[in-house]
Design a protein around this ligand. Structure first.
Ligand code: UDP
Ligand code: MG
Length: 314
């Protein structure tokens, strides 16, 4: 099923304005990768940083440095790294010193046992979150487990190793922004790949997080909707029927009972039209993503035009 052309591990570090921690991250990662018994490389994707990240990256020996001319997002930077990778396993880690890089040999051992993706699950992440983020994270995990069937421990951990071919098999579904990790989790589990978790302690970040909660939460909801439509369209239909009943039919019935039949009719008509248009939008989205010619064109554009490889020596 997998190509395995070049067995080994390509580690991708997306970096946007990370001048504070990028060099130490690269150095720690280089030490760990050198201790492994498989070939490896480090690819740093400078995602249009405005600070000195680019210069700091160029000062690091023995890595492949790739840069985007503009800032395009976390997932987009990782996708560039995946397209440039030489090896059949992809590792990802943030450039901010939050993830326990020492765990990588354990992740590799589990990959050797036959898992398709091994994730470092942050067991203390809820303690570090504020109240809003904690509520959102808990709800997200519960909701995702409901859709996928109760197997996700940490949907958006940024330290993980996966087969390059797993990511390539649903590349256009993978989100270009912060939901990249959630999207690869949903699609790997939905497609029946073997996913495993290794518990990890998460550290406080160096520098500021680039996550914008409102915008990124909306993107996450869109992504979840895509996952439901793709893997479980019947569940989507049931959700729409329940929404139509709860928000359309029942209130319309009550309005009619209260002697306002015209308002009730308007309410019902608008509710039905909204649900149908919503369903149409969701279907259109799936058609957009699955149109293969567009996918191939985008991938080659990324590979040929937007990337300047500054140092390919490993
Ligand atoms: N990042 C990126 N492009 C962006 C935003 C972030 O390459 O537009 C990088 C960032 O430098 C970091 C990683 O993606 O290495 C994850 O971002 P961040 O740590 O801000 O997210 P958090 O861990 O707080 O969710
Ligand atoms: Mg981070």
């Amino acid at each position: 099923m997998f190509e395995h052309v070049n067995p080994g591990l390509s580690f991708v570090i997306p970096a946007y304005n990370e001048e504070g921690a990028i060099v130490s991250t690269v150095e720690r990662l280089r030490g760990i990768l050198a201790s492994l018994d498989i070939p490896s490389e480090i690819i740093v994707v400078n995602d249009g940083s405005k600070d000195n990240t680019g210069e700091r990256v160029r000062s690091c020996a023995g890595i492949r440095a790739v840069s985007h001319p503009i800032n395009t997002g976390y997932g987009s930077a990782i996708k560039t790294g995946i397209l440039c990778a030489r090896y059949s396993w992809i590792g990802i880690v943030d450039a901010d010193g939050t993830y326990d890089i020492e765990l990588i040999p354990e992740l590799v051992e589990r990959m050797k046992k036959g898992f398709d993706m091994v994730v470092a699950a942050r067991r203390n992440v809820l303690e570090l979150d504020g109240p809003f983020k904690r509520f959102f994270r808990k709800s997200l995990i519960r909701f995702l487990n409901l859709i996928i069937g109760g197997r996700i421990e940490d949907p958006n951990s940024g330290l993980r190793i996966f087969h390059r071919d797993v990511a390539m098999s649903f590349f256009p579904f993978l989100c270009n922004t912060f939901s990249f990790t959630t999207s690869i989790t949903i699609f790997a589990l939905g497609e029946g790949y073997f996913v495993n978790y290794v518990p990890m302690n998460y550290s406080k970040r160096e520098g500021k997080s680039k996550v914008r909660h409102f915008r990124d939460s909306l993107r996450m909801m869109q992504l979840i909707l895509q996952g439901i439509t793709f893997f479980n369209p019947v569940k989507l239909s049931i959700m729409l029927i329940l929404a139509l009943l709860g928000l359309g039919a029942v209130p319309a019935f009550i309005l009619a009972l209260l002697g306002m039949p015209t308002v009730a009719t308007y309410h019902l008509a608008i509710s039905i039209a909204s649900v149908l248009l919503f369903a149409l939008g969701v279907l259109g989205d799936i058609i957009r993503i699955t149109s293969t010619s567009r996918i191939n064109k985008k991938s080659s554009l990324v590979a040929e035009a937007n990337i300047t490889e500054e140092d390919c020596a490993v």
